[in-house]
Write a protein that binds this ligand. Structure first.
Ligand SMILES: CC(C)(COP(=O)(O)OP(=O)(O)OC[C@H]1O[C@@H](n2cnc3c(N)ncnc32)[C@H](O)[C@@H]1OP(=O)(O)O)[C@@H](O)C(=O)NCCC(=O)NCCS
Length: 204
């Protein structure tokens, strides 16, 4: 089926009946394809990703991945959440996941989420992808607010949120129970008005 262009957006072009694809300096951020499943499993199975996330099972089976690929495809079409693969522009390797999830059309709000291959950390790549999610969320979808949640024991995730201009809202105490331990969750957010007026967003 021939794709119909919905709306131009920055470096990306959105297609109806086709796929979201965005390009940053170093990344291609796009919807998953069936052929990504082995690369996806290689990264999502890393224990370091399990340790500081809430919805990812410790033993991520191939069947679970197949189901998740189906789920994200349909939730994207239903405008409930948008999860993308991060790929290096240089060479095309799959390196992680980024997305806007828990979309509320009622409140015009979404949460950001991300994780990256342990081998690719500390290079600002997730921050680059997260900035692109703000551009998508505010520039394309027109959200009023984008939030981020991280376990308080995860300073790298909180730092990403700070670098993209989010402000600390507070800590939800003993919010999640993971492997028998209760963890606090920090919540940060950025409003549409802050995104478009805060000159520090790009340079923080
Ligand atoms: C959190 C995560 C996405 C960071 O990815 P990354 O690509 O290394 O992030 P970036 O390089 O863009 O930025 C990380 C920032 O955190 C800082 N940081 C890293 N470890 C830190 C620590 N222990 N304490 C404080 N800051 C830390 C880095 O120095 C960098 O900040 P800087 O640019 O000011 O120096 C990655 O570690 C990950 O995938 N973790 C597992 C999954 C996860 O926790 N996802 C988030 C769930 S909320």
């Amino acid at each position: 089926m021939k794709a119909e262009i919905l709306k131009p957006y920055g470096n990306a072009v959105m297609y109806q009946m086709n796929q979201f694809e965005m390009r940053t300096d170093r990344l291609i951020i796009r919807e998953y394809r069936r052929t990504d499943i082995d690369d996806f499993l290689r990264v999502v199975r890393q224990p370091e990703i399990y340790d500081t996330t809430c919805g990812i099972p410790r033993n991520y089976t191939r069947q679970k991945a197949v189901e998740w690929f189906r789920y994200i495809k349909s939730s994207c079409r239903q405008m409930k959440s948008y999860e993308f693969g991060m790929f290096l522009k240089n060479g095309g390797a799959y390196i992680g996941n980024v997305g806007l999830i828990n979309v509320s059309m009622t409140h015009n709000h979404a949460d950001i989420s991300y994780y990256i291959d342990t081998a690719m950390r500390g290079q600002g790549l997730t921050t680059e992808a997260a900035k692109e999610m703000l551009r998508l969320g505010f520039g394309y979808f027109g959200f009023e607010k984008i939030s981020g949640l991280c376990m308080s024991i995860n300073p790298a995730s909180r730092r990403i949120m700070e670098k993209i201009g989010m402000k600390f809202e507070g800590t939800m105490r003993s919010e999640i129970l993971k492997d028998g331990i209760y963890y606090d969750i920090d919540r940060l957010s950025i409003l549409r008005s802050e995104y478009f007026t805060n000159s520090n967003v790009e340079s923080a």
